[in-house]
Design a protein around this ligand. Structure first.
Ligand code: PLP
Length: 450
């Protein structure tokens, strides 16, 4: 029998098994093979799969209405989710604009920032400084902020690239991430860039408080987040936190930035916010920005599916689940255990160069040499190879090139926030087997460093 020809296409020709069922931290394909979702999809399924209370809330909403266009109706679900979101975000960040994904949340953030500047007579401000590496989304506006060469290069002629500063990768630069001087050192690069661009042209700075896929869960050095806030204030630059991956509780707090007690002017949320139950995201803005924009004729921006009641009902039920089940505390506790078990693997595998992250937003990076942090040879394609070996074991992990997308290999290990100690041991067993096979395949020895 000839193989079924798929009419679907995404990034590559690679095919995957057909998904039959997903429950909790596990997924099963139609052949009956079980996979542990060690990356929550793309760091999305934060509360696990097929949660019965979320499904029930969605069913109840579906019986009422699945769509009510926001220019024609308000809905209880979107109003309730906006209220809850405002409660979970810092004081003043009280205005919520719903979208269907992370790229839309980021686009909405930079467009609100721009319209605010125009509304308050600062139309000369349009540049949004971001970091490299970073990932802020795939639409051209969000891509212009992204520092990940393979994704941006083909589109450079079509978009207005924005100024970039280095992400604070102390572990690569041989600096002590716990020393507040390190945070100040990297934040100074922002101030220097604002001055070089001309402060009256700079609209905003966008940062992932705990890094996502592009940096592999990069945790900012001590002092960085606060110094960045101060610099933005000094130059009238708006601060946007891209919490698309770090928000929603995965790091052990609702927002990644909550670990440093720093409030931005705008927050982008998605992924864990809808937790895979519905396409959902939000741009949460300080009311001081929204008022002038609405007074000046309105926000010239929007998406048809924004505030979809079914998506909002799912989002509300997800937040309920996180709060009622104490999943943020669990993410902190199980995340600390998983991080220490990943660090243990460094004793067995000399080519693991770094383990990092917060809560259950964790990653490890492979290197050829721990002292210099020289990456593995590009052609090894470790970021693909190891993911495949883990997949064969029944463990899903997520990888990217570490060095602006050009070389280096890191792997996100981010199971759902419902994970238990037993799941951690299962992950470490399967990952250890995959790393063993990887070590054999690349001809290096997985010997103890001791
Ligand atoms: N921002 C960050 C930090 C992300 O991690 C992502 C997705 O990975 C996005 C934005 C874009 O989100 P989406 O893929 O839902 O458009």
């Amino acid at each position: 029998m000839s193989e079924h020809v798929s009419h679907l296409f995404y990034q590559t020709r690679a095919r995957r098994p057909v998904l039959a069922e997903a429950r909790g931290v596990y997924l099963w394909d139609v052949e009956g093979k079980r996979y542990l979702d060690g990356s929550s999809g793309a760091m999305v399924s934060n509360i696990g799969h097929s949660n019965p209370r979320v499904l029930e809330a969605m069913r109840r909403q579906m019986e009422k209405s699945t769509f009510g266009y926001r220019l024609h109706f308000e809905t209880e679900a979107s109003e309730a989710l906006a209220t809850r979101t405002a409660e979970l975000t810092p004081p003043g960040l009280d205005k919520v604009f719903f979208v269907s994904g992370g790229s839309e949340a980021v686009e909405s953030a930079i467009k609100l920032a721009r319209q605010y500047a125009v509304a308050v007579g600062q139309a000369s401000r349009w540049k949004v400084i971001s970091r490299t590496p970073s990932y802020h989304g795939s639409t051209l506006g969000a891509l212009a902020l992204t520092g990940y060469a393979p994704l941006t290069e083909p589109f450079l002629p079509m978009m207005r690239e924005m100024p970039k500063i280095p992400a604070p990768r102390a572990y690569l630069d041989g600096l002590d991430a716990d020393d507040p001087a390190t945070g100040v050192h990297y934040a100074a690069m922002l101030e220097e860039r604002i001055l070089r661009e001309g402060p009256d042209t700079v609209l905003a700075f966008i940062v992932e408080p705990v890094g996502g896929a592009s940096t592999g869960a990069l945790v900012p050095p001590a002092g960085y987040m606060k110094a960045v806030r101060d610099i933005c204030d000094r130059h009238g630059v708006l601060l946007i936190h891209d919490e698309v991956m770090s928000g929603g509780g995965r790091t052990g707090r609702f927002l990644g930035a909550d670990h440093w007690d720093v409030a931005p002017d705008i927050i982008a949320l998605s992924k864990g916010f809808g937790a895979g139950y519905a396409p959902l995201g939000a741009m949460v803005a300080h009311e001081r920005l929204v008022g002038p924009v609405l007074d000046a004729g309105g926000f010239q921006h929007g998406y048809t599916y924004a505030g979809n009641p079914l998506a909002c009902a799912a989002g509300l039920a997800v937040l309920d689940e996180i709060q009622v089940e104490g999943l943020m505390d669990n993410a902190a506790r199980i995340g600390a255990l998983l991080k220490s078990r990943l660090a243990d693997l460094m004793q067995r595998f000399t080519f693991i160069g770094d383990v990092r992250g917060k809560g259950l937003l964790l990653a490890f990076e492979l290197v050829a040499d721990r002292k210099t942090m020289r990456p593995l040879p590009r052609e090894l394609n470790a970021h693909v190879e190891l993911v495949e070996l883990a997949y064969a074991e029944g463990l899903i992990i997520y990888s990217r090139r570490s060095r602006e997308g050009r070389e280096g290999d890191h792997f996100l290990v981010c199971p759902p926030m419902i994970a238990t100690e037993t799941h951690v041991e299962e992950i470490i067993d399967m990952l250890g087997n995959a790393l063993d096979r990887f070590a054999k395949r690349v001809g290096s020895t997985a010997t103890s460093l001791a």
